[in-house]
Design a protein around this ligand. Structure first.
Ligand code: ATP
Length: 313
């Protein structure tokens, strides 16, 4: 399975939801669509699953020597943005119904269901009506429904939304298991800490356009190649002197005794460390790699011409 999105544009009335977006997804990878509300993630997903069509550009899905313009239903497991199961039916009946729609036999469906209900600690709720479950537990049932028929490709629109931290971790494990089982996974999400643990590659979108794309390491390189040094001391640090260092472009004082220095792109770290150690007796000194959350805020602020603090607000 390989997906290729080529210069795809989607227009709704006056809004260009997706503007000339291109990227590829390889077989067996976990691929994340990231971006603020309204960035165009769900619009892309709806085109991938065939609910809508691009106004320009093309989507091609290659699977076993065949090419499609969207993911064919038989290959797809889908968690839609608008969750849609039957509240008046039990967990088991909902899952059986959807599995059978995908052509799965009852015995096989029940056996696969046992496994996933156990994973998500829902075994005891299987005969309860769905509407009796909490929002988070309903979400977990919907995730199970998306994969029970073992699709080649799973597309999940915000799989972490509405889940507490423990259940978010369970979904991370669930997605890793899908990958181990050979499935390709596409997800949209706002939870950067979860995406960082999971995604092989990602695109970061804003206002319908791709801002950054690649592996986390590649995104780090594109978004913030500057090295940062975290410095702490037992006594207040000489902030003005730190700011005066040639290779230092920014100094954030977290407390009088703690600073985060940002170095110029391509600055040599060795001479800076020597200067620091010549003047300061540090309690701790460490190079810092920005996490995905910080990279995201930096990229968004650059895109919108704001400071990272304004972008986070
Ligand atoms: N059916 C529609 N009719 C009109 N405009 C739409 C429609 N669907 C989406 N849009 C607009 O297209 C833009 C992209 O929306 P989309 O839902 O794809 O963003 P998103 O990245 O999934 O956002 P979120 O994180 O909030 O789910 C937004 O400006 C949205 O208002």
């Amino acid at each position: 399975m390989q997906l290729r999105i080529d210069a795809v544009t989607k227009q709704y009335a006056t809004v260009t939801a997706v503007n000339q977006v291109s990227f590829q997804i390889q077989s067996g990878e976990i691929f994340a669509l990231l971006g603020p509300n309204g960035a165009g993630k769900s619009s892309i997903i709806r085109m991938l699953v065939g609910m809508t069509k691009p106004d320009a550009g093309s989507i091609s899905v290659c699977y076993q020597d065949q090419t499609f313009h969207h993911v064919p239903r038989r290959l797809l497991g889908y968690l839609p943005e608008d969750r849609g199961l039957y509240g008046d039916k039990s967990v088991e009946k909902n899952l059986l119904f959807l599995a059978q729609l995908h052509g799965l036999g009852k015995t096989e469906a029940l056996s696969r269901m046992d496994h996933w209900l156990e994973v998500f600690e829902l075994t005891e709720r299987r005969h309860d009506d769905l509407k009796q479950l909490s929002k988070g537990n309903q979400q977990k049932v919907q995730l199970i429904a998306a994969v029970l028929h073992k699709p080649a490709l799973v597309i999940l629109d915000e799989p972490f939304s509405g889940l507490d931290p423990i259940n978010q971790e369970k979904v991370v494990d669930f997605l890793k298991q899908l990958k181990q089982n050979g499935m390709t996974v596409i997800l949209s999400a706002h939870q950067m800490a979860m995406v960082e643990k999971l995604a092989d590659r990602m695109v970061l979108m804003a206002k319908g356009e791709v801002v950054l794309a690649g592996t986390l390491a590649e995104i780090r390189q594109q978004a913030q190649p500057e090295v940062q040094i975290q410095l702490s001391s037992k006594v207040p640090l000489p902030a003005d002197w730190l700011r005066s260092l040639e290779a230092v472009t920014a100094v954030e004082m977290h407390q009088p005794e703690q600073a985060l220095l940002t170095l110029q792109r391509d600055a040599e770290v060795g001479p800076v460390l020597q200067q620091l150690l010549g003047r300061i007796e540090p309690e701790q000194i460490a190079m810092q790699k920005p996490d995905l959350h910080q990279l995201y805020l930096n990229a968004m602020s650059r895109h919108q011409g704001q400071t990272p603090q304004e972008a986070a607000a």
